[in-house]
Design a protein around this ligand. Structure first.
Ligand SMILES: Cc1ncc(COP(=O)(O)O)c(C=O)c1O
Length: 363
């Protein structure tokens, strides 16, 4: 019997490993209380304005969403000081990353990415039959010089994750502009700024304005992190109108559901919630740094809502032992950092629960 012919490229694409869900850990270990610090979610939830807006929306549930997110787009453009034509929306940055590859990668084209960094850049590129050029980090930071020198004739996209997931390091504005000046204008530079709102370093670029001077720049930001809307799936791209027009050709017309649009709009109207998330993150990261210093462990100071620590031990084993104690984090072997852990910053209660379990294991 003839068999189904899966696309050849799928053989080399591993299944994506997301953070372990709470329900699975509860069931596996017979535990009631779980602390999940594995997916860089917002431990404060979302703005109280969101459930209100979603409830008000419910009588329109039978209608298709606005495929152009007009109301949200207008509000966001005003919030960012941009033209609405410079914005496109996706069902999370995951989808936007895929849309960028669908827009620019033809079979055999190449994309350059730092390693370790966000894994979907690789998968999305490969799904378009593109090839990925890996550039290792240097001192946990993206190595712009090596990225630049790796550019050959078939490179179409450069992925820059800023702050970088999983290391939490940033490229400064000065470094970024120096880099952009030297990149040929036919190569798209994607700045994935999923953790933009958590950055405290004054050298971090205010990149939204760059798309006017550098038409090859596409910036990605999300409502999943500081706004706490990860379950609704909504993110946006900032670029010039021409790039946005092309991204919009590729996306499905109703890619962003109406509830996500309503929730994102409500979130924009609650700056205090955003501030509370930033403050919680600063407090949490200082606390975790202190825990690691007490244990004499190396860690990477972070500009994101997660932090990496080097346990010197096998990260999968430490991960497993933390799971047994009801704490879910990410083992570094997912990122080719086999003795490291990535811990999302939680509420202070979550952080303390992690620290207690972690100290028991480490000592
Ligand atoms: C760097 C980076 N980009 C994109 C994403 C995907 O986010 P979204 O929920 O917007 O799809 C994540 C999620 O953790 C991320 O860390």
């Amino acid at each position: 019997m003839p068999r189904l012919q899966y696309r050849k490229v799928l053989e080399s694409i591993p299944s994506y490993i997301p953070g372990k869900p709470i329900a699975e850990v509860k069931q596996e270990f017979g535990l009631e209380n779980i602390v999940k610090l594995a997916s860089n979610e917002n431990p404060l939830g979302c703005s109280a304005k969101v459930p209100e807006a979603v409830r008000d929306f419910m009588d329109k549930a039978a209608l298709y969403p606005d495929g152009h997110c007009r109301e949200l787009k207008a509000a966001l453009a005003e919030h960012l000081g941009l033209d609405p034509e410079q914005l496109a929306f996706g069902a999370g940055s995951f989808e936007l990353i895929s849309l960028v590859t669908e827009t620019f990668i033809a079979p055999g084209d190449e994309a350059v990415m730092p390693v370790p960094s966000f894994g979907w850049y690789r998968t999305a590129t490969q799904l378009m039959d593109g090839t990925v050029i890996d550039i290792p980090l240097i001192k946990h930071k993206i190595d712009l010089a090596r990225i630049k020198s790796s550019i050959g004739a078939r490179v179409k996209i450069i992925w820059i994750c800023n702050p970088n997931n999983p290391t939490g390091t940033i490229i400064t504005g000065e470094e970024l502009v120096g880099f952009l000046r030297e990149i040929p204008p036919h190569i798209v530079v994607v700045l994935d700024e999923a953790y933009y709102d958590y950055v405290t370093d004054a050298g971090y670029p205010e990149s939204a304005g760059l798309s006017a001077e550098y038409p090859n720049v596409i910036i990605l930001r999300t409502f999943s992190k500081i706004y706490g809307l990860a379950s609704f799936r909504i993110a946006y791209a900032i670029s010039n109108a021409e790039n946005i027009r092309h991204l919009n050709k590729v996306r499905q017309i109703f890619n962003v559901n109406a509830i996500a649009q309503v929730a994102a709009l409500a979130s924009l109207q609650d700056p205090d919630f955003r501030k509370a998330g930033q403050q919680n993150n600063i407090k949490g990261k200082c606390y975790l740094y202190q825990v690691f210093e007490e244990l004499n462990l190396e860690y990477i100071p972070t500009e994101g809502n997660f932090v990496m620590v080097n346990t010197g031990l096998n990260s999968t084993e430490v991960y497993q032992r933390l799971l047994e104690k009801g704490v879910i984090i990410r083992p570094g072997d997912h990122f080719q950092m086999p003795t490291w852990l990535r811990i999302s910053i939680g509420t202070m209660e979550d952080n303390r629960a992690f620290a207690k379990a972690f100290k028991e294991i480490i000592s």
